[in-house]
Ligand binder design. Structure first.
Ligand code: HEM
Length: 217
């Protein structure tokens, strides 16, 4: 089967139920159907900052690897947009006012651990975040703008100024996944790492819901 099904297709199929788990996690689902608050949204942006700080720091070093380098593009870089969003949403002292939740810390540790030694694992984390941001993320950004009255400030994270056509970008990204010189074992390991990445994202939504409940209590 792996010979017949392109890797990008196998990856999407094998991770689709993990994707549903992330998409329908209570915190995210509430935010999407207008049951979340602006503070909830800000809490999510803050956690994204820690995740992308790790991902983009590791990308800097992984760009020396010929396979990982094909996926790395400055067009995707999200950290400056996240920093501008946090300054707008929280204020200039945003850095002193945010901290990683436990799952975020574990997620960041994993990105750094894998990113130090394993190009395929790094691509797994890169794919899970950036292809998501270019897919459902585009819809999430528009919904958050509408719900909380943002124009571009506050949702800069979702605006890929340098990616004019996200669908076309994803097609090329999938072609690169299919062209990467990974054997079946390595492909299986990468899919497993994508599932790990999804689990972190789902667990993060649980942490965010718990942190919110603790504040209310
Ligand atoms: C409310 C939350 C979400 C919605 C509504 C959503 C929606 C979608 C949709 C509609 C697609 C398919 C786009 C296409 O076929 O081109 C997609 C793809 C994707 N999403 Fe999400 N998503 C959500 C959350 C997430 C989360 C939390 C992650 C992980 C961090 C994620 C990661 C991905 C990835 C990696 C893809 C690309 C799959 C592929 O084509 O290989 N999504 N999402």
């Amino acid at each position: 089967m792996p010979e017949l099904v392109p890797f990008s297709t196998a990856l999407r199929e094998r991770s689709s139920s993990a994707h549903s788990g992330s998409e329908h996690a209570g915190f995210m689902a509430d935010l999407m159907r207008g049951k979340g608050t602006r503070d909830d949204y800000v809490a999510l942006v803050a956690q994204h900052w820690f995740i992308y700080e790790a991902l983009e720091d590791v990308a800097g070093r992984m760009s020396a690897d010929p396979v990982a380098a094909t996926f790395i593009s400055e067009k995707l870089t999200r950290l400056p947009a996240l920093e501008a969003d946090l300054a707008f949403l929280i204020g200039d002292d945003w850095r002193e006012r945010i901290a990683p939740l436990p799952t975020t810390q574990r997620y960041v540790d994993r990105i750094r651990e894998v990113g130090a030694v394993w190009p395929g694992g790094f691509v797994a984390h890169h794919y899970t975040r950036y292809l998501g941001d270019l897919s459902g993320g585009q819809f999430i950004g528009k919904l958050m703008a509408r719900q909380f009255g943002f124009e571009t400030n506050g949702i800069g994270f979702y605006l890929f100024d340098e990616v004019a056509d996200p669908a076309a970008f994803k097609v090329v990204y999938r072609e690169q996944l299919d062209a990467a010189p990974w054997d079946a074992d390595e492909q299986a390991r990468i899919i497993d790492e994508v599932l790990v990445a999804y689990q972190f994202n789902t667990d993060l939504f649980t942490d965010l819901a718990d942190a919110k409940a603790a504040q209310v209590a």
